[in-house]
Write a protein that binds this ligand. Structure first.
Ligand code: AGP
Length: 598
């Protein structure tokens, strides 16, 4: 986790660039933040808390210079505090370092450095880096060589940037943590993610694992592990900086929920043929696969993968789903040709990357289903299918979940041995965007949230394609409201969780038109008999009126796609519960958007 930013050669006020960068990265971590500007001496400011705390400090002092680095933290080693905030410095205070990732051998490095007289101020793993650089300089190395030598002693994952007092050059390196360079007219940037500098340039270079970069007002030089210069491709990012703003909504999450009709259209664009009803994705033109499919994913993406695996199985492809953190290469089938699909919005989630790397090592074909062009997953997998949701800033995944579901629906058709032309399914896919819009226009989710904001806990149940949506509904509720919420396959309720059901635990029942609806209604009667209020999310209100305290209606989109619509209602309920409780909706406590530690 954590976000890093660096800039050199800018003629904008440097604090504007660094603070803009940090605000574009705050979704990656927000328990403390700091900056270092390489002036005559290093000008360093750090504060525990959200970026606004740091803003208060730097607005009074406004450091000046053309080169600087910044960091927004999601703590791993040492609690949030001014001292543990980055940048960290060496003993002389002339070298400042920001870091995203985990240095696994920091304890032995620290012990060695301490034995050699270095003293440490923080509890972080990061602080060893400036001391290692200092130590190499003491041994006679120049700045760049010292930086390289320090990096070579690290084990673990890192994106690192360092500045030196009185110098305008930034040194950077990456291994298993994202780092992207921005190429301006006369200014150069580095960051954990593009939104940090998209306001200043849309031309980017993605650094690979093991590469180093030197950024100065004269330009950018990328080198490999051995120091040889690497030719890099400059790519142009298509995001509009406006996409990353709130556009008048109170929260990014609400804005992103409302962007779902557009996200669906973008995901389908030029991939569904009006002529013959076939589905194609140009990215997958070279994918010929008929063997088993394994999905690896975490959190919301895992719920999307559960949904996708079901679709694939229904279309005749053997598909399994694994939590990425539980996946090892021993799980890749050895006798058959496996396709391992990493479902990951960010393309950087450490657990998912670890699973994909295990699959690569085992010889499987790998596919990244991701939102982020140039992300680690996109670069390391054999194939990539972009979900095209656009930037998602709210920590709670919303529009990327729907885009993942749509992309998985397409993938299920692409991998199916034969595509039946002009199917109802394709027509319904195309109608889905308008149907989501109608929910957004007419939803009574806010009133439902008001009715149950004081509930002790929330339960979500569904069967079949609605089961993963029940899990997702609960995850969204707990993530942003901090209230207890659980999702179950509806049939499981009677096998234990029913003991938790009381008159103060509303049960959200997903009942959309398929053969499972009757059984789910049976489960609804079970909870109703225990006095629990029932909120039915349904495309057939007349079937549930007798049992439900509230109904959240969705248009009918068939058994496979109606759950996508039902999920939109659940997103809105969670949003409005969290809103009434005054929660930090876009940056929930303890969480970060991109989880780059295992
Ligand atoms: C969802 O709201 C969460 N932010 C989280 O569960 C997320 O889906 C998970 O960390 C996986 O992220 P990824 O899609 O970027 O891999």
């Amino acid at each position: 986790m954590c976000g890093i930013i660096g800039v050199t050669g800018t003629d904008e006020p440097i604090m504007d660039v660094l603070m803009t960068g940090l605000s574009g990265l705050e979704y990656r971590g927000y328990d403390s933040a700091g900056i270092a500007v390489a002036n005559g001496a290093l000008d360093i400011h750090k504060r525990e808390g959200k970026l606004s705390e740091l803003e208060g400090v730097v607005s009074e002092r406004s450091p000046e210079g053309v080169a600087g680095i910044g960091h927004t933290r999601w703590s791993t080693h040492g609690p949030p505090s001014d001292t543990n905030a980055h940048p960290h410095t060496d003993s002389t205070g002339t070298i400042a370092v920001v870091h995203n990732g985990i240095i696994e051998n920091y304890q032995s490095l620290r012990a060695t450095l301490e034995a050699n007289g270095h003293t440490f101020e923080s509890e972080t793993d990061t602080e060893v880096i400036p001391h290692l650089i200092e130590s190499a300089i003491d041994d006679g190395a120049d700045r760049e060589t010292a930086f390289r030598q320090a990096i070579h002693r690290l084990e673990g994952s890192y994106a690192v940037a360092a500045v030196f007092s009185g110098h305008e050059t930034i040194y950077a390196a990456r291994n298993e943590s994202p780092l992207v360079l921005g190429i301006g007219a006369d200014s150069y940037y580095l960051a954990s993610d593009v939104p940090a500098f998209i306001e200043f340039t849309d031309r980017v270079v993605y650094l690979e694992d093991g590469q180093f970069a030197r950024l100065s007002p004269a330009g950018v030089v990328v080198t490999d592990d051995q120091g040889s210069i690497v030719e890099t491709a400059v790519e142009r990012i298509e995001w509009d900086p406006e996409d990353a703003g709130k556009s008048g909504y109170d929260h990014y999450m609400l804005k992103e929920i409302h962007e779902q009709p557009t996200a669906i259209r973008k995901c389908l664009r030029e991939r569904v043929s009006e002529m013959d009803g076939s589905i194609t994705a140009s990215e997958l033109a070279n994918l010929e696969h008929t063997g088993p499919v394994q999905f690896v994913a975490c959190g919301t993406s895992y719920h999307a993968a559960l949904y996708g695996a079901r679709l694939l199985r229904e279309r005749g492809t053997y598909a399994q789903c694994f939590l990425a953190s539980e996946y090892t290469e021993t799980m890749v089938p050895i006798n058959e040709e496996a396709l391992v699909v990493g479902v990951t919005q960010s393309g950087e989630t450490a657990d998912t990357m670890s699973a994909l790397r295990a699959a690569n090592r085992a010889g499987a074909t790998t596919l990244a289903l991701t939102n982020v062009v140039g992300s680690s997953a996109a670069r390391e997998c054999d194939h990539v299918l972009y979900i095209r949701a656009g930037p998602e800033i709210g920590v709670a995944a919303t529009k990327t979940f729907v885009s993942q579901q749509i992309a998985l629906a397409m993938l299920s058709r692409i991998l199916a041995t034969s595509q039946s032309p002009n199917s109802t399914f394709l027509r319904r896919l195309r109608e889905l965007s308008d149907q989501v819009q109608s929910i957004l226009d007419e939803s009574n989710a806010r009133a439902v949230a008001e009715a149950y904001v004081d509930a002790d806990a929330y339960f979500f149940i569904g069967r079949g394609y609605n089961a993963p949506v029940a899990l997702e509904g609960a995850l969204k509720m707990k993530e942003i409201s901090y209230k207890h919420a659980e999702g179950f396959a509806a049939g499981e309720l009677k096998h234990g969780p029913l003991a938790l059901v009381t008159e103060n635990t509303p049960v959200f029942a997903l009942i959309t038109g398929d053969e499972n609806a009757v059984k789910t209604i049976g489960n609804v009667k079970e909870v109703e008999a225990r006095s629990a209020p029932v909120v039915a999310i349904t495309d057939s209100p007349s079937d549930v009126d007798a049992y439900a305290s509230h109904v959240l209606e969705v248009p009918s989109a068939g058994p496979r796609l109606s759950p996508i619509l039902a999920n939109v209602q659940l997103q809105l309920v969670s949003y409005w519960v969290a809103n009434q409780l005054g929660r930090s909706i876009d940056k929930p406590r303890n969480l970060a958007k991109s989880v780059t530690v295992q």
